[in-house]
Write a protein that binds this ligand. Sequence first.
Ligand code: GAL
Length: 374
Amino acid sequence: MRLICSIVLSLVCSFVFSQSNFFNPGKQWKDTNGVHINAHGGGMLFVDGAYYWYGEYKTSGRGGNTSLKGISCYSSKDLYNWKNEGIVLKVEQDHNSEITKGCVMERPKVVFNKKTGKYIMWFHLELKGQGYDAARAAVAISDTPNGPFKFKKSYRPNKGVWPINFDDKFKSASSDESALKSWTPEWREAIKNGMFIRRDFDKGQMSRDMTVYVDDNDKAYLIHASEDNLTLHISELIDDYLDFTEKWTRVAPADHNEAPAVFKKGGVYYMITSGCTGWDPNEARSFKSKSIWGPWESLGNPCIGKDASLTFHSQSTYILSVEGKKDQFIFMADRWKPDNPIDGSYIWLPITITDEKPILKWFDKWSLLDFKEN
Ligand code: GAL
């Protein structure tokens, strides 16, 4: 009886929720079962003709931002219609596990490692009951894009190593810096000069909001909000993408950037970030650089038009390079709903690049066919 009911239900669903061929930013986005997609802070991977969208599985109510299930995955051949692939990295029931139920798993990004043939997921992990203090990078591995992923470890990157191009004179603390009052110009200057790098040198650098970028030469980088979210770090991954080479650099020291998303066009790297206001939206920022190692030049807010100062009420999570299209990029962002996180919606917008500056404009409804390649 149960089987018959579920067959009838799925037939009804596929009839009612017919195929879509456009994006509807900010609206409910139903999967092929007619359920609002639950993959927040997401990232994307293209494998053998299909896109895989990984994200945070949220639940209802104020506690819905903690991980009660794990990381979800959806697949699609056309980017409009998404099939639920289930939870691909599950929280663990063991209270001693670093990913025990009730921890915080955010912003998962999955990449394929050509050398090992494995799918590698990096995400931001906060340990259960410790707020956002742990600030760890975490990694999991799978043989297939739709999981199951096996959790490997979590830690803070770059323990005991200085960033590249870090002046020797900043490797030891100035005597008076611990007395500086937060948010004063002197305090910001001390942060620029590495006060928090020195503080975290022995235990590893913080890693909160993050993305992973794989370059044309297959080198991969974790780009993560560090130093109490004041400075972004770019940390190179080793060949199997499961650890760090310990080569790392800083972007926009003391400038307070979160939610990094990176893409590359014509040999130029672009990064879109947000400011730091928790679940509330703020004005996005953008940067460009000729090398992943910088210098990163600030280009200001990429958004134009109504609500540009609030990134159209959203926060960046990933930039998708559309497969088979030269230089067609989609800005993926989240419209968070902290009172009922499961209702959070997705803001996907096309990126245009004019004079080496990314531009984002609002569209109520759009499709890939509406846009020329850049
Ligand atoms: C945001 C961040 C989210 C989440 C949230 C928690 O600034 O981008 O990923 O960590 O803070 O308050």
